[in-house]
Design a binder for this molecule. Structure first.
Ligand SMILES: [Fe+2]
Length: 344
């Protein structure tokens, strides 16, 4: 897709993000159960190798934005996928070893009103395997393929947010609601901060029920999509779809890894916000990475526009007043949205 094709006034409408009122990071009050830490240990740490650790099988179904009445919104025609195989069991073990390592638990554990325990911002020094996996061209190619647009991790900080829920925090299976009353949300209705998300299951879901994602269609219907099982993933355009995660029942633990993505091309509309992630982040790291990627996007857009202007002048074409004004207005809005996000 060429640069000039994408930035057009037909860009998706702005979406209001529903987030929390406060945004100071809080550490969880309850420690991570020792059994999770003990069982996550691996004998040998491996380096990520797509040949060995990637096991991709295409999703059985990809729901489109059109099917849920949101055609033309967002950055891709894809809404959400059915769960699909992405990683091998060994890859999941390596990721779990990094998540439950001491440096990660000491530095990266947060809680919010939505999650009791979440690990964020592990970074490549503490989690080289996980970070290499999500930056690997092979993994990105598969995620991009099912998303219908070329994607990259939104920023290093968003390479993995891991939601940890252990059995004593969930309702035992014998207390699980009957099928007609299973609308128990694990998270409130919301839209994500970044365009796309890939949710990978790191737990064995045998004996677990629920855990679906509920989506709201344009006509107000609720559509449920099955949640991922161990080693499988679901890709969703969560910034543009109102959704909620439904509670899972049974099973000893439920550990899901959430990786957030944005378009690789700097010319695609970028409506990332930080509302949902501010309360569960090291603000200094988050703001720095956000600012760096946004400035890179701006740099690329300006370079591209400058070249176009130079070519136009060489060809002695008339100056495109409307085009220049439209470009500048879009960049002004892009900078204004950054100012709105970078709050104390
Ligand atoms: Fe979400």
């Amino acid at each position: 897709m060429s640069a000039t094709q994408v930035i057009t006034p037909t860009a998706a409408p702005k979406v209001q993000h529903v987030g929390q009122v406060t945004w100071r990071a809080t550490r969880p009050t309850e420690p991570i159960p020792q059994f999770l830490i003990d069982e996550a240990k691996v004998e040998t740490k491996q380096s990520f190798d797509a040949k060995q650790h990637l096991r991709y099988e295409p999703p059985s179904k990809i729901y489109t934005m059109k099917e849920i009445g949101l055609e033309g919104q967002g950055i891709s025609p894809v809404a959400v996928t059915a769960p699909f195989q992405l990683f091998t069991e060994e890859a999941i073990k390596q990721m779990r070893a990094e998540i439950f390592s001491k440096p990660v638990l000491d530095n990266c554990l947060y809680m919010s009103e939505f999650v009791k325990s979440t690990v964020r911002g592990m970074g490549s020094a503490r989690a080289p395997f996980t970070c290499d996996a999500w930056n690997s061209p092979e993994v990105l190619a598969k995620v991009s393929e099912v998303a219908g647009i070329e994607l990259v991790p939104a920023m290093d900080y968003e390479i993995a947010a891991i939601n940890i829920s252990v059995n004593d925090q969930t309702i035992p299976i014998f207390n699980a609601p009957k099928p007609d009353e299973d609308e128990f949300p694990a998270f409130a209705w919301h839209r994500d901060s970044y365009p796309f998300v890939c949710v990978t299951m790191l737990s064995d879901c045998v004996g677990m029920t629920g855990g679906e994602t509920a989506l709201k269609t344009a006509w107000g219907e609720i559509m449920k999509v099955r949640g991922p099982a161990m080693g499988t993933a679901v890709v969703m355009q969560g910034r543009y779809i109102e959704h909620q995660a439904l509670k899972a029942f049974g099973g000893r633990e439920r550990i899901s890894m959430v990786t957030s993505f944005r378009a690789k091309s700097p010319h695609v509309i970028d409506e990332c916000v930080l509302t949902g992630v501010r309360p569960i982040s090291n603000l200094s790291e988050l703001y720095s990475q956000y600012t760096q990627y946004r400035l890179e996007v701006l740099e690329e857009r300006i370079r591209d526009r400058l070249k176009k202007e130079q070519r136009s002048a060489l060809a002695k074409r008339d100056f495109d007043i409307a085009g220049a004004r439209a470009f500048l207005t879009q960049q002004k809005e892009f900078i204004e949205s950054m100012i709105e996000e970078l709050i104390e």
